[in-house]
Design a binder for this molecule. Structure first.
Ligand SMILES: [Ca+2]
Length: 432
Protein backbone atom coordinates (compact mmCIF):
# COMPACT_ATOMS: atom_id res chain seq x y z
CA UNK A 1 0.00 0.00 0.00
CA UNK A 2 2.81 2.34 0.96
CA UNK A 3 4.65 1.47 -2.23
CA UNK A 4 1.53 2.31 -4.16
CA UNK A 5 1.39 5.69 -2.44
CA UNK A 6 5.00 6.35 -3.22
CA UNK A 7 4.36 5.44 -6.83
CA UNK A 8 1.45 7.84 -6.99
CA UNK A 9 3.46 10.63 -5.44
CA UNK A 10 6.31 9.88 -7.82
CA UNK A 11 3.99 10.08 -10.78
CA UNK A 12 2.54 13.32 -9.49
CA UNK A 13 5.94 14.87 -9.06
CA UNK A 14 6.98 13.74 -12.52
CA UNK A 15 3.87 15.20 -14.03
CA UNK A 16 4.12 18.50 -12.22
CA UNK A 17 7.59 18.96 -13.60
CA UNK A 18 6.14 18.56 -17.06
CA UNK A 19 3.16 20.79 -16.32
CA UNK A 20 5.09 23.53 -14.59
CA UNK A 21 4.68 27.05 -15.79
CA UNK A 22 1.52 26.61 -17.84
CA UNK A 23 -0.35 29.85 -18.40
CA UNK A 24 -3.57 29.68 -20.30
CA UNK A 25 -5.45 32.45 -22.01
CA UNK A 26 -9.01 31.77 -22.95
CA UNK A 27 -10.55 34.14 -25.41
CA UNK A 28 -9.83 37.77 -26.14
CA UNK A 29 -12.52 39.30 -23.97
CA UNK A 30 -10.93 38.19 -20.73
CA UNK A 31 -7.91 36.37 -19.44
CA UNK A 32 -7.79 33.26 -17.39
CA UNK A 33 -4.61 32.61 -15.53
CA UNK A 34 -3.65 29.56 -13.65
CA UNK A 35 -0.21 28.20 -13.09
CA UNK A 36 0.20 24.89 -11.34
CA UNK A 37 3.30 26.22 -9.72
CA UNK A 38 2.54 29.91 -9.62
CA UNK A 39 4.78 31.05 -6.80
CA UNK A 40 2.10 33.09 -5.10
CA UNK A 41 3.07 32.57 -1.50
CA UNK A 42 0.78 35.31 -0.26
CA UNK A 43 -2.47 36.66 -1.41
CA UNK A 44 -3.08 40.38 -1.20
CA UNK A 45 -6.59 41.66 -1.89
CA UNK A 46 -6.96 44.30 -4.56
CA UNK A 47 -7.77 47.73 -3.14
CA UNK A 48 -11.50 48.38 -3.19
CA UNK A 49 -12.30 44.73 -3.88
CA UNK A 50 -15.04 42.76 -2.21
CA UNK A 51 -14.13 39.53 -0.46
CA UNK A 52 -16.79 36.87 -0.44
CA UNK A 53 -15.93 34.25 2.10
CA UNK A 54 -16.70 30.67 1.34
CA UNK A 55 -18.27 30.08 4.72
CA UNK A 56 -21.35 31.90 3.47
CA UNK A 57 -23.54 29.39 1.75
CA UNK A 58 -26.82 29.80 0.03
CA UNK A 59 -29.28 27.52 -1.73
CA UNK A 60 -28.52 27.20 -5.41
CA UNK A 61 -31.97 28.40 -6.39
CA UNK A 62 -31.46 31.79 -4.80
CA UNK A 63 -28.89 32.81 -7.36
CA UNK A 64 -28.18 35.71 -5.08
CA UNK A 65 -25.45 38.15 -6.00
CA UNK A 66 -22.21 37.83 -4.02
CA UNK A 67 -23.26 34.56 -2.39
CA UNK A 68 -21.56 31.23 -2.87
CA UNK A 69 -23.53 28.07 -3.45
CA UNK A 70 -21.82 24.85 -2.35
CA UNK A 71 -23.31 21.45 -3.11
CA UNK A 72 -23.79 19.12 -0.15
CA UNK A 73 -20.46 17.31 -0.60
CA UNK A 74 -18.50 20.29 0.62
CA UNK A 75 -17.31 20.57 4.22
CA UNK A 76 -16.67 24.00 5.72
CA UNK A 77 -13.91 23.70 8.22
CA UNK A 78 -12.50 26.29 10.59
CA UNK A 79 -8.80 26.52 9.73
CA UNK A 80 -6.41 29.27 10.75
CA UNK A 81 -4.74 31.24 8.04
CA UNK A 82 -7.76 31.47 5.77
CA UNK A 83 -10.11 34.31 5.20
CA UNK A 84 -12.38 34.56 8.25
CA UNK A 85 -10.65 31.42 9.53
CA UNK A 86 -12.49 29.02 7.29
CA UNK A 87 -11.86 26.90 4.23
CA UNK A 88 -14.24 24.69 2.30
CA UNK A 89 -13.06 21.38 0.91
CA UNK A 90 -14.41 18.28 -0.75
CA UNK A 91 -13.24 15.14 -2.48
CA UNK A 92 -16.32 14.26 -4.51
CA UNK A 93 -16.41 14.20 -8.24
CA UNK A 94 -19.29 16.31 -9.52
CA UNK A 95 -19.47 18.52 -6.42
CA UNK A 96 -20.28 22.08 -7.40
CA UNK A 97 -19.59 25.67 -6.48
CA UNK A 98 -21.63 28.44 -8.06
CA UNK A 99 -20.70 32.05 -7.51
CA UNK A 100 -22.68 35.00 -8.84
CA UNK A 101 -20.95 38.37 -8.88
CA UNK A 102 -20.96 41.78 -10.53
CA UNK A 103 -17.64 43.24 -11.62
CA UNK A 104 -14.99 43.13 -14.30
CA UNK A 105 -12.64 40.81 -12.46
CA UNK A 106 -12.70 37.92 -10.02
CA UNK A 107 -10.13 35.80 -8.24
CA UNK A 108 -10.52 32.47 -6.51
CA UNK A 109 -8.45 32.03 -3.38
CA UNK A 110 -7.82 28.47 -2.28
CA UNK A 111 -5.27 25.76 -1.68
CA UNK A 112 -3.12 23.53 -3.84
CA UNK A 113 -1.94 20.16 -2.56
CA UNK A 114 -0.11 17.10 -3.74
CA UNK A 115 -3.46 15.30 -3.57
CA UNK A 116 -5.26 18.14 -5.32
CA UNK A 117 -7.71 17.34 -8.08
CA UNK A 118 -9.28 19.72 -10.54
CA UNK A 119 -12.41 21.66 -11.38
CA UNK A 120 -14.06 22.38 -14.68
CA UNK A 121 -14.68 26.10 -14.89
CA UNK A 122 -17.72 27.66 -16.57
CA UNK A 123 -18.27 31.40 -16.93
CA UNK A 124 -21.78 32.50 -17.87
CA UNK A 125 -22.47 29.01 -19.15
CA UNK A 126 -19.35 28.81 -21.27
CA UNK A 127 -16.68 26.22 -20.59
CA UNK A 128 -13.43 28.11 -20.09
CA UNK A 129 -11.07 25.39 -18.97
CA UNK A 130 -9.77 23.22 -16.22
CA UNK A 131 -8.57 24.57 -12.89
CA UNK A 132 -5.94 22.51 -11.10
CA UNK A 133 -5.67 22.12 -7.35
CA UNK A 134 -2.61 20.10 -7.79
CA UNK A 135 0.70 20.76 -6.14
CA UNK A 136 2.73 22.17 -4.52
CA UNK A 137 1.06 22.66 -1.19
CA UNK A 138 0.20 26.30 -0.74
CA UNK A 139 -2.56 27.97 1.24
CA UNK A 140 -4.40 31.14 0.33
CA UNK A 141 -3.14 30.82 -3.19
CA UNK A 142 -4.59 32.62 -6.16
CA UNK A 143 -6.01 29.71 -8.15
CA UNK A 144 -7.97 31.51 -10.78
CA UNK A 145 -7.94 35.03 -12.21
CA UNK A 146 -10.54 36.37 -14.59
CA UNK A 147 -10.02 39.94 -15.71
CA UNK A 148 -11.36 42.27 -18.38
CA UNK A 149 -14.92 41.03 -18.09
CA UNK A 150 -17.94 43.06 -19.10
CA UNK A 151 -19.20 45.14 -16.20
CA UNK A 152 -22.33 43.14 -15.50
CA UNK A 153 -23.55 40.16 -13.48
CA UNK A 154 -21.60 36.95 -14.09
CA UNK A 155 -21.96 33.40 -12.91
CA UNK A 156 -18.87 31.36 -12.22
CA UNK A 157 -19.39 27.62 -11.87
CA UNK A 158 -16.87 25.04 -10.72
CA UNK A 159 -17.45 21.30 -11.04
CA UNK A 160 -15.00 19.16 -9.11
CA UNK A 161 -13.35 16.41 -11.05
CA UNK A 162 -10.47 13.98 -11.01
CA UNK A 163 -7.53 15.50 -12.69
CA UNK A 164 -7.02 12.44 -14.87
CA UNK A 165 -3.89 13.74 -16.43
CA UNK A 166 -2.30 14.07 -13.04
CA UNK A 167 -3.60 10.88 -11.47
CA UNK A 168 -4.86 12.46 -8.27
CA UNK A 169 -8.12 12.31 -6.35
CA UNK A 170 -10.86 14.92 -6.69
CA UNK A 171 -9.74 17.10 -3.81
CA UNK A 172 -10.78 20.72 -4.18
CA UNK A 173 -10.54 23.76 -1.91
CA UNK A 174 -12.16 27.17 -1.71
CA UNK A 175 -11.25 29.89 0.74
CA UNK A 176 -12.95 32.90 -0.79
CA UNK A 177 -13.74 34.81 -3.97
CA UNK A 178 -12.55 38.33 -4.54
CA UNK A 179 -14.51 40.61 -6.86
CA UNK A 180 -13.12 43.87 -8.18
CA UNK A 181 -13.08 46.28 -11.08
CA UNK A 182 -9.89 46.66 -13.02
CA UNK A 183 -7.21 44.53 -14.54
CA UNK A 184 -4.30 44.76 -12.16
CA UNK A 185 -5.41 42.18 -9.68
CA UNK A 186 -2.78 39.61 -10.45
CA UNK A 187 0.76 40.61 -9.76
CA UNK A 188 3.45 38.51 -11.39
CA UNK A 189 5.82 37.42 -8.65
CA UNK A 190 9.41 38.55 -8.79
CA UNK A 191 12.17 36.13 -9.65
CA UNK A 192 13.84 34.83 -6.50
CA UNK A 193 17.15 36.56 -5.80
CA UNK A 194 20.42 34.69 -6.37
CA UNK A 195 22.44 37.20 -4.37
CA UNK A 196 23.17 34.83 -1.52
CA UNK A 197 23.96 31.81 -3.64
CA UNK A 198 27.73 31.31 -3.92
CA UNK A 199 29.17 30.06 -7.19
CA UNK A 200 29.87 26.36 -7.16
CA UNK A 201 33.39 25.45 -6.13
CA UNK A 202 34.17 28.79 -4.51
CA UNK A 203 33.49 28.03 -0.86
CA UNK A 204 36.68 26.18 0.05
CA UNK A 205 39.52 27.37 2.27
CA UNK A 206 42.93 27.80 0.67
CA UNK A 207 44.34 24.44 -0.31
CA UNK A 208 40.92 22.82 -0.34
CA UNK A 209 38.65 21.96 -3.25
CA UNK A 210 35.27 20.32 -3.78
CA UNK A 211 36.21 16.65 -3.82
CA UNK A 212 32.59 15.45 -4.01
CA UNK A 213 33.06 15.82 -7.77
CA UNK A 214 35.48 12.89 -7.79
CA UNK A 215 33.42 10.70 -5.45
CA UNK A 216 31.03 7.99 -6.48
CA UNK A 217 27.53 8.60 -5.18
CA UNK A 218 25.02 6.07 -3.92
CA UNK A 219 21.48 7.10 -2.96
CA UNK A 220 18.59 5.22 -1.40
CA UNK A 221 16.44 5.92 -4.44
CA UNK A 222 15.91 8.36 -7.27
CA UNK A 223 12.74 9.41 -9.00
CA UNK A 224 14.14 9.15 -12.53
CA UNK A 225 17.38 8.98 -14.48
CA UNK A 226 16.89 12.66 -15.24
CA UNK A 227 17.09 13.39 -11.50
CA UNK A 228 19.63 10.76 -10.59
CA UNK A 229 21.68 10.41 -7.43
CA UNK A 230 24.97 11.40 -9.03
CA UNK A 231 23.45 14.72 -10.10
CA UNK A 232 23.93 15.83 -6.50
CA UNK A 233 27.66 16.03 -7.25
CA UNK A 234 28.05 16.88 -10.92
CA UNK A 235 29.10 20.51 -10.54
CA UNK A 236 25.90 21.72 -12.17
CA UNK A 237 23.12 23.78 -10.59
CA UNK A 238 20.92 22.88 -13.54
CA UNK A 239 20.57 19.31 -12.26
CA UNK A 240 19.37 17.80 -9.01
CA UNK A 241 18.87 14.55 -7.17
CA UNK A 242 15.20 13.94 -6.42
CA UNK A 243 13.74 11.06 -4.46
CA UNK A 244 10.27 10.51 -3.09
CA UNK A 245 10.95 7.06 -1.76
CA UNK A 246 12.47 7.45 1.66
CA UNK A 247 13.36 4.83 4.21
CA UNK A 248 11.56 4.03 7.38
CA UNK A 249 13.86 4.68 10.25
CA UNK A 250 12.93 4.72 13.89
CA UNK A 251 15.85 6.95 14.78
CA UNK A 252 13.92 10.17 14.43
CA UNK A 253 10.58 10.04 16.18
CA UNK A 254 7.68 10.81 13.91
CA UNK A 255 9.66 10.55 10.74
CA UNK A 256 8.12 8.68 7.85
CA UNK A 257 10.57 9.33 5.10
CA UNK A 258 14.32 9.46 5.30
CA UNK A 259 16.86 9.62 2.52
CA UNK A 260 20.58 9.27 2.09
CA UNK A 261 23.36 10.00 -0.33
CA UNK A 262 26.72 8.35 0.33
CA UNK A 263 29.85 9.83 -1.25
CA UNK A 264 32.71 7.33 -1.58
CA UNK A 265 36.31 8.27 -2.26
CA UNK A 266 39.01 5.99 -3.60
CA UNK A 267 41.13 6.71 -0.51
CA UNK A 268 40.86 8.57 2.78
CA UNK A 269 40.55 12.31 2.26
CA UNK A 270 41.02 15.18 4.69
CA UNK A 271 37.82 17.22 4.66
CA UNK A 272 36.78 20.37 6.54
CA UNK A 273 33.58 21.76 5.01
CA UNK A 274 30.37 20.92 3.21
CA UNK A 275 27.99 23.15 1.26
CA UNK A 276 24.48 21.95 0.46
CA UNK A 277 22.66 23.62 -2.43
CA UNK A 278 18.93 22.96 -2.26
CA UNK A 279 16.85 22.77 -5.44
CA UNK A 280 15.78 26.36 -4.76
CA UNK A 281 19.25 27.41 -5.97
CA UNK A 282 18.76 25.82 -9.35
CA UNK A 283 19.41 27.70 -12.55
CA UNK A 284 16.73 25.80 -14.45
CA UNK A 285 13.17 24.65 -13.84
CA UNK A 286 10.68 26.05 -11.37
CA UNK A 287 12.21 24.76 -8.13
CA UNK A 288 13.61 28.18 -7.14
CA UNK A 289 10.05 29.49 -6.90
CA UNK A 290 9.27 27.17 -4.00
CA UNK A 291 10.94 28.04 -0.72
CA UNK A 292 9.32 24.94 0.76
CA UNK A 293 11.77 22.89 -1.34
CA UNK A 294 14.60 23.74 1.06
CA UNK A 295 15.70 20.64 2.95
CA UNK A 296 14.49 21.22 6.47
CA UNK A 297 16.37 18.65 8.55
CA UNK A 298 19.42 16.54 7.82
CA UNK A 299 22.69 15.36 9.23
CA UNK A 300 26.11 14.85 7.70
CA UNK A 301 28.38 12.02 8.81
CA UNK A 302 31.73 10.56 7.83
CA UNK A 303 33.27 7.11 8.01
CA UNK A 304 36.51 5.31 7.22
CA UNK A 305 34.85 1.95 6.55
CA UNK A 306 31.30 2.75 5.46
CA UNK A 307 29.91 0.98 8.52
CA UNK A 308 30.78 3.09 11.55
CA UNK A 309 29.61 6.67 11.15
CA UNK A 310 30.57 9.78 13.08
CA UNK A 311 28.26 12.76 12.97
CA UNK A 312 29.74 16.03 11.72
CA UNK A 313 26.64 18.09 12.35
CA UNK A 314 22.87 17.99 12.38
CA UNK A 315 20.67 20.74 10.97
CA UNK A 316 17.02 21.15 11.92
CA UNK A 317 14.38 23.58 10.74
CA UNK A 318 16.49 24.95 7.91
CA UNK A 319 14.83 27.47 5.58
CA UNK A 320 17.92 28.55 3.62
CA UNK A 321 18.64 27.63 0.00
CA UNK A 322 22.34 27.11 0.79
CA UNK A 323 23.66 25.49 3.95
CA UNK A 324 27.40 25.81 4.52
CA UNK A 325 29.26 24.24 7.44
CA UNK A 326 32.96 24.27 8.36
CA UNK A 327 34.52 21.89 10.86
CA UNK A 328 37.88 20.72 12.20
CA UNK A 329 39.51 18.59 9.47
CA UNK A 330 38.77 14.87 9.64
CA UNK A 331 39.92 11.93 7.53
CA UNK A 332 37.06 10.33 5.64
CA UNK A 333 36.73 7.69 2.97
CA UNK A 334 32.94 8.05 3.03
CA UNK A 335 30.61 10.98 3.67
CA UNK A 336 26.89 10.49 4.17
CA UNK A 337 24.16 13.09 3.79
CA UNK A 338 21.16 11.82 5.69
CA UNK A 339 17.89 13.70 5.17
CA UNK A 340 14.98 13.16 7.49
CA UNK A 341 12.75 16.15 6.63
CA UNK A 342 13.11 16.91 2.92
CA UNK A 343 10.92 20.01 2.68
CA UNK A 344 9.73 22.89 4.83
CA UNK A 345 8.60 22.07 8.36
CA UNK A 346 4.95 22.77 7.57
CA UNK A 347 5.03 21.00 4.22
CA UNK A 348 3.78 17.47 3.68
CA UNK A 349 5.76 17.17 0.45
CA UNK A 350 7.89 14.03 0.75
CA UNK A 351 10.34 14.69 -2.08
CA UNK A 352 13.98 15.43 -1.34
CA UNK A 353 15.43 17.78 -3.93
CA UNK A 354 19.09 18.71 -3.74
CA UNK A 355 20.93 20.40 -6.58
CA UNK A 356 24.48 19.99 -5.34
CA UNK A 357 26.40 18.81 -2.30
CA UNK A 358 29.98 19.99 -2.03
CA UNK A 359 32.57 18.38 0.21
CA UNK A 360 35.76 20.37 0.59
CA UNK A 361 38.90 18.26 0.92
CA UNK A 362 42.63 18.86 0.63
CA UNK A 363 43.50 19.80 -2.91
CA UNK A 364 45.60 17.24 -4.72
CA UNK A 365 47.71 17.70 -7.83
CA UNK A 366 45.49 18.09 -10.78
CA UNK A 367 46.32 15.35 -13.25
CA UNK A 368 45.08 17.64 -16.02
CA UNK A 369 48.15 19.92 -15.65
CA UNK A 370 50.50 17.01 -16.40
CA UNK A 371 48.98 16.34 -19.77
CA UNK A 372 50.27 19.52 -21.51
CA UNK A 373 53.80 18.78 -20.22
CA UNK A 374 53.68 15.34 -21.75
CA UNK A 375 52.37 16.79 -24.97
CA UNK A 376 55.16 19.34 -24.94
CA UNK A 377 57.77 16.61 -24.48
CA UNK A 378 56.43 14.73 -27.43
CA UNK A 379 56.37 17.91 -29.51
CA UNK A 380 60.00 18.63 -28.67
CA UNK A 381 61.20 15.09 -29.22
CA UNK A 382 59.40 14.26 -32.39
CA UNK A 383 60.99 16.78 -34.78
CA UNK A 384 64.55 16.38 -33.47
CA UNK A 385 64.44 12.60 -33.07
CA UNK A 386 66.90 13.17 -30.28
CA UNK A 387 67.74 10.01 -28.36
CA UNK A 388 66.52 11.39 -25.02
CA UNK A 389 65.00 9.22 -22.35
CA UNK A 390 61.62 9.96 -23.81
CA UNK A 391 62.76 9.24 -27.35
CA UNK A 392 60.54 6.68 -28.98
CA UNK A 393 61.80 3.16 -28.44
CA UNK A 394 60.82 2.51 -32.05
CA UNK A 395 63.67 4.68 -33.28
CA UNK A 396 66.21 2.62 -31.33
CA UNK A 397 64.79 -0.67 -32.35
CA UNK A 398 64.70 0.64 -35.92
CA UNK A 399 68.46 1.37 -35.71
CA UNK A 400 69.06 -2.07 -34.27
CA UNK A 401 67.11 -3.65 -37.10
CA UNK A 402 68.95 -1.75 -39.86
CA UNK A 403 72.30 -2.64 -38.20
CA UNK A 404 71.29 -6.28 -38.18
CA UNK A 405 70.34 -6.15 -41.84
CA UNK A 406 73.66 -4.48 -42.71
CA UNK A 407 75.47 -7.14 -40.67
CA UNK A 408 73.64 -9.89 -42.49
CA UNK A 409 74.42 -8.28 -45.87
CA UNK A 410 78.11 -7.94 -44.91
CA UNK A 411 78.16 -11.54 -43.70
CA UNK A 412 76.52 -12.74 -46.92
CA UNK A 413 78.98 -10.67 -49.01
CA UNK A 414 81.91 -12.04 -46.97
CA UNK A 415 80.65 -15.64 -47.38
CA UNK A 416 80.15 -15.13 -51.14
CA UNK A 417 83.63 -13.55 -51.40
CA UNK A 418 85.20 -16.44 -49.48
CA UNK A 419 83.37 -18.97 -51.67
CA UNK A 420 84.48 -17.11 -54.83
CA UNK A 421 88.10 -17.01 -53.57
CA UNK A 422 88.03 -20.77 -52.79
CA UNK A 423 86.62 -21.59 -56.23
CA UNK A 424 89.20 -19.37 -57.95
CA UNK A 425 92.02 -20.99 -55.94
CA UNK A 426 90.71 -24.51 -56.74
CA UNK A 427 90.55 -23.68 -60.44
CA UNK A 428 94.10 -22.36 -60.37
CA UNK A 429 95.30 -25.59 -58.66
CA UNK A 430 93.50 -27.68 -61.21
CA UNK A 431 95.01 -25.80 -64.09
CA UNK A 432 98.47 -26.38 -62.60
CA1 LIG B 1 23.69 19.09 -9.71
Amino acid sequence: MKKMLYLLVALQVLIVFCAAGAVNTYGEAYTYIHEYNAPVAEWTPVEGSTIIDSAVTTPKEDGELNKIYFSDEWAHAPIDGFYEGTRSECSSEGAMVIFKFKGTAVRLIGTTKSVGGAAEVMLDGEDIGLLSYYYPESNQKVLLVLEGLEDKEHTLELTVTINEEEITGPWAYVDAFEVYNGTSGFVEPEEPSRDNIPELGTSGDEGYENIALKSSVEVNSQIADSQAGDMIADGDLGTKWCSVEGLENPEIAGSLNEYYAVFSFSKEEEINKFVLYNATTMTTGDDPAHPDYNTSSFKVEYSSNGIDWTEITRVEGNVEPVVSYSFEPVKAKYVRLYVYKPTAVESTDVAVRIAEFEIYGVKTEDPVTETPQDTQKIEINTPTSAPTSAAPADVDSGNENSGLIIGIIIAVVVVIAVVVVIIVLKNKKGKK
